[in-house]
Design a protein around this ligand. Structure first.
Ligand code: NAD
Length: 437
């Protein structure tokens, strides 16, 4: 219990030394506080949810193909599991740090509760730049970390999924490593230890596109409510990996034109619209948009100031701060990334009448389809893609409508409404189950 009563100042003392200012956990805490200010919730719920249950840091050596032995730092944070196994992404990125995982695992708890999934929140990653390593080294790093995690993950305990810098291949290696660590009779039963696997290895059709597709359902519901015609609308996307590219490709089929795009190597504008399929293919081959022969290169500032209808941050957290919010010229920000907007930016956008479709709602299609994959693994089933898409659409539209209705009822924005729904669900379960012993 002592751990739960730590104040923010106390926890700051234990923060990873590298990110003292832009600490993402501060944003997660402040958002939680805002939600508690507007909804009548038990104070003990806040105490329970204010810190993750478990925080694991593992240093593990890997023998690389060069023969060199390198030490890596990996994280797995398990925020809450009152609703079901911990669930959340697993990232390879040079900037991964403990409080980022803490914040993201917290958001996963809200996201799963909002979507009424039998999962809690988890998040993790390994701190390194995957672009600097060859495929064989990536496999060695993945397998060594999975082995080091051991029984800290499992299909009924903690179920990782792809995130930045990881993909179906990484998930296949994680599943294979884990299944070789259990008794031979149990190998088939543990396929659901990770989701986002390739379809041949027990993944579900439709998982790769799921976050982008879910985001589009959410945006379409918003557009319908606002009487806004998506056909002919313009779009800017920051980050053109899995989520950004699928979002742009699906929206292009609805007549939305991608006029600005960027990634970690730079930004481009094209008033007549990019072909998102060609961009995605270029990105797949070159692993970035650098050198793309189309559009005009612009600065990051020009990118954020580009006039468009829909702005999708699909890269990193904390990309929209007051400076970016002041220059954004769009009607709606759809948060594909987790925690892309800080509180100051949010209030600037509100004053500019720019709506925000919040991360825990807008990007929840990924975990929804991960849930479908987990169910299929448990039942040894394989669903048809049309079935997956129809179920995803139903859930996303229903969740959007619930959040929108709650926002109207509370007279607050969609983020606070989404938090209110998630927290009320968690409160109901805690009030019935209690804490034992
Ligand atoms: P990805 O690795 O496939 O793509 C990330 C993209 O962001 C790349 O284009 C990269 O170049 C770009 N990027 C990285 N750093 C950047 C920077 N500093 N400035 C500009 N661009 C930068 O990752 P993804 O799976 O598409 O995830 C994107 C975001 O969506 C992440 O924040 C992730 O947490 C979130 N998300 C992903 C999923 C999922 O299912 N993959 C689900 C929910 C949320």
């Amino acid at each position: 219990m002592q751990e739960l009563s730590l104040s923010l100042k106390d926890t700051l003392m234990t923060f990873d030394e590298e990110k003292p200012v832009d600490n993402l956990f501060l944003l997660a805490e402040a958002q939680l506080q805002q939600a508690f200010n507007i909804v009548a919730l038990d104070a003990s719920l806040k105490t329970i949810l204010s810190q993750p249950k478990n925080e694991l840091i593992i240093h593990f050596p890997v023998k690389l193909t060069s023969g060199k032995i390198q030490l890596f730092k990996g994280y797995r944070v398990q925020h809450n599991n009152i609703l079901g196994p911990f669930k959340g992404g697993f990232r390879f990125h040079q900037d991964v740090y403990l409080d980022e995982c803490k914040a993201m695992s917290t958001w996963m708890t809200w996201k799963c509760a909002l979507q009424n999934l039998p999962f809690g929140g988890g998040k993790g990653g390994v701190k390194f730049n995957p672009a600097e390593f060859n495929t064989e080294d990536l496999e060695r790093i993945t397998r060594r970390f999975t082995h080091a995690l051991g029984s800290n993950i499992g299909p009924d305990w903690d179920v990782p999924a792809p995130d930045m810098g990881t993909n179906a291949q990484i998930m296949d290696w994680m599943m294979d490593t884990y299944s070789n660590m259990v008794a031979v009779q149990d190998k088939q039963a543990v396929k659901g230890v990770v989701t986002g696997k390739s379809v041949v290895c027990g993944g579900t059709p439709g998982r790769e596109e799921a976050t982008g597709r879910g985001l589009v359902h959410c945006l379409s519901s918003w557009a319908q409510e606002k009487n806004f015609n998506l056909a002919g609308a313009t779009l800017a996307v920051q980050g053109f990996g899995n989520v950004g590219s699928h979002t742009a490709m699906i929206l292009s089929r609805m007549g939305v034109s991608l006029v600005a795009v960027g990634d970690h190597t730079g930004y481009f504008v094209h008033p007549e619209g990019f072909n998102p399929y060609k961009l995605a293919e270029y990105n797949r081959i070159h692993r970035s948009l650098e050198g793309y022969p189309g559009g005009r290169a612009i600065s990051r500032e020009e990118f954020f100031a580009t006039k468009c209808d829909i702005f999708v941050p699909a890269a990193m957290e904390l990309q929209i701060r007051s400076q970016e919010a002041q220059i954004l010229d769009c009607k709606v920000v759809v948060e594909a990334a987790n925690g892309p907007t800080d509180l100051e930016a949010e209030s600037i956008l509100e004053k500019k009448n720019i709506d925000i479709l919040p991360d825990i709602l807008a990007n929840s299609g990924g975990v929804v389809v991960s849930y479908f994959e987990w169910l299929q693994n448990k039942r040894s089933e394989s669903w048809d893609i049309s079935d997956v898409r129809a179920r995803l659409e139903r859930r996303m539209i229903q969740s959007y409508q619930q959040v929108s209705e709650k926002a109207r009822f509370l007279g607050k924005n969609l983020r606070l409404a989404a938090y209110a729904i998630a927290l009320e669900r968690l409160q109901e379960v805690y009030s019935r189950r209690g804490i034992w012993p």
